[in-house]
Design a protein around this ligand. Structure first.
Ligand code: NDP
Length: 331
């Protein structure tokens, strides 16, 4: 049976992409084993890119973006999921090549879905979303390298953003001494409330040094900013420390040399949340629902908005002006 519902619909005309709320029907949804009533989605930097032509995230229009969703199963052709189950989906092709979460109903392949772990509501799952999951993957990379709170202080860049704010909260909950770097001085107070012991500017986090190595400052860095600063930050990592690199808001390129790696045994850990293997994905979501649950983010850094206000939220994240997590109430 086909049903009518609302979705944020992107269309391309004369080389520009525009979005509007549109009533569509279940029949318009792509193939997949599980039909979901979406409760919440959220806004990530990639969603901002998906909403503009130059973002080159979406190849074909018309399209429904939204790289994250959480909601309740309406119907399922896969025995792992039953009607009424609460589920979440992040990554894979969602909101990129397959209609995404900015839609009251979504149909997705069962292999992309996760049953909501105990300890998380659909709302909380989307406060975290891809950004929170990426922060979780970054923390996992740091811990797997043997770094502990006793090893020394850690740095989080882009700290007022989605990945950054969740990383600050998780690392401080685990007992790390966290320095948060942010270009938004007016948010330094918020970063302290999330658990940062110190706050510094973006320029300080770049910490330029002339030689191949700088002062040994950090035992680990969560870096969703990237760009030239990443090359400088690698020079400031302590012996056998880790830089977990997930993003490019500060640019796509950086220069480095062999020295941090061969003289200090530094690890550069690449973070990809999209194709993250399922066992690791489940493990990280379970931790985000349990021992790592970043309570401070839920209390301090959520901006909830209805689907109608999505265009403003997408523009805000593209300008680097979003703070914490933007949660979208869908149905
Ligand atoms: P946000 O926009 O919420 O956060 C990014 C933060 O980066 C901003 O809040 C700002 O923080 C800082 N920033 C913005 N512009 C600049 C600039 N020009 N120079 C330096 N810093 C800047 O985005 P998300 O947290 O959603 O994503 C962050 C990055 O991580 C993006 O590049 C995204 O594509 C990537 N990402 C990668 C994933 C993966 O799987 N690898 C998954 C999720 C995200 P402040 O003002 O505090 O300095």
């Amino acid at each position: 049976m086909t049903e009518k519902f609302r979705a944020y619909w992107l269309e391309e005309s004369e080389g520009a992409v525009t979005g509007s709320l549109k009533e569509i029907e279940t029949d318009h949804l792509p193939q997949g084993e599980v039909l979901i009533r979406v409760h919440y989605s959220d806004v990530n930097y990639k969603d901002g890119l998906a909403s503009i032509k130059e973002g080159r995230v979406v190849r074909e229009y018309p399209f429904i973006p939204g790289i994250d969703l959480a909601g309740e199963v309406i119907s399922s052709e896969d025995q792992r999921f039953a009607v009424g189950d609460n589920v979440l989906c992040t990554g894979y092709g969602l909101g990129v090549s397959h209609f995404g979460g900015y839609s009251e109903q979504a149909r997705v392949p069962a292999d992309w879905l996760i049953k909501l772990p105990e300890g998380l509501t659909t709302r909380e799952a989307m406060v975290l979303g891809t950004a929170g999951f990426t922060a979780g993957m970054s923390v996992e990379a740091i811990l797997s390298a043997g770094v502990t709170p006793e090893s020394g202080p850690v740095l989080v860049t882009g700290a007022s953003g989605g990945v950054g704010s969740v990383a600050v909260a998780i690392l401080s909950k685990l007992g790390f001494e966290v320095t948060a770097s942010s270009g938004k001085e007016q948010e330094w107070e918020l970063l302290k409330k999330l658990g940062a012991a110190h706050t510094i500017s973006r320029e300080e986090a770049q910490n330029p040094s002339k030689g191949p190595l700088g002062k040994s400052l950090w035992v680990a860095i969560v870096d969703p900013v990237g760009g030239a600063g990443t090359g400088e930050r690698l020079k400031a990592i302590r012996y056998r420390g880790v830089l977990a690199l997930s993003g490019l808001t500060g640019g796509g390129d950086f220069a480095t040399s062999v020295h941090p790696f061969i003289l200090r045994g530094v690890t550069l850990a690449g973070i990809d949340s999209v194709e993250c293997p399922r066992p690791l994905r489940l493990d990280i979501w379970n931790k985000l629902a349990g021992e790592w649950k970043p309570d401070a983010v839920f209390q301090q850094a959520v901006h909830e908005l209805p689907l109608e206000q999505l265009p403003e939220a997408l523009a805000r994240i593209l300008k680097g002006k979003a703070v914490g997590r933007q949660l979208v109430r869908i149905s």
